[in-house]
Design a protein around this ligand. Structure first.
Ligand SMILES: CC(C)(COP(=O)(O)OP(=O)(O)OC[C@H]1O[C@@H](n2cnc3c(N)ncnc32)[C@H](O)[C@@H]1OP(=O)(O)O)[C@@H](O)C(=O)NCCC(=O)NCCS
Length: 169
């Protein structure tokens, strides 16, 4: 009988094994249709851990079961001006296909909520694709509701966007 117990820990960016585990999970998510279907470039794999390690607002969590690292969440502390309190944004959350449906994401959410409490955050935020029933169901079960009348928008800027491979360093 496989052991499905899940432990969630923060990534220590001075540990190359943990960094590799995180990048492999993020790469698997990026390759997933829900992540856009394109894996991480070498340049991103190099730059991302350096940037995250030096960003005090970044919090990266890894979920492990007996088979190793199976899920991850990348969160950033933001700020609510209306509440004058920090908030925690869940930028990425994903679980390897082989480990899905066993409560790994729920364990990540429990750790994220505990982290947000410790940081005195007034809320958790995230963006979700409108075409993912599974993730939307998960978020609803976790107590998330659509922000009233909000629509997430973006505008690519900067010279890095001229090179979609992200190879510019
Ligand atoms: C979304 C995702 C993170 C869920 O991870 P998971 O570890 O399988 O989720 P859990 O086993 O912890 O399940 C938590 C809840 O999610 C929902 N859920 C999970 N799998 C589901 C499925 N196949 N169908 C419907 N709901 C599902 C359920 O509400 C479940 O709660 P319940 O068991 O109390 O009913 C995972 O499917 C994934 O990585 N998907 C690809 C990446 C992605 O879509 N990320 C979010 C981008 S917005």
């Amino acid at each position: 009988m496989p052991d499905h117990r899940v432990a969630v820990t923060a990534v220590d960016f001075s540990d190359p094994q943990l960094v590799d585990d995180y990048l492999d999970l993020l790469d698997a998510y990026a390759r997933d249709p829900m992540g856009g279907g394109v894996g991480l470039t070498d340049a991103v794999r190099t730059r991302l851990p350096i940037d995250l390690a030096s960003n005090p607002a970044a919090h990266v969590l890894l979920a492990r079961d007996a088979s190793g690292a199976v899920g991850m969440a990348t969160c950033f502390v933001g700020y609510s001006t209306f509440r004058a309190l920090p908030l925690l944004n869940i930028h990425d959350i994903a679980v390897l296909p082989r480990a899905r449906g066993r409560g790994v994401a729920k364990a990540l959410f429990a750790a994220i909520s505990a982290l947000a409490d410790r940081l005195n955050c007034c809320k958790l935020t995230l963006e979700v694709r409108t075409d993912t029933t599974v993730a939307r169901q998960l978020y609803q079960r976790q107590g998330f509701v659509p922000a009233s009348c909000s629509l997430f928008m973006e505008k690519p800027i900067g010279r890095r966007n001229a090179d979609p491979s992200g190879e510019l360093l």
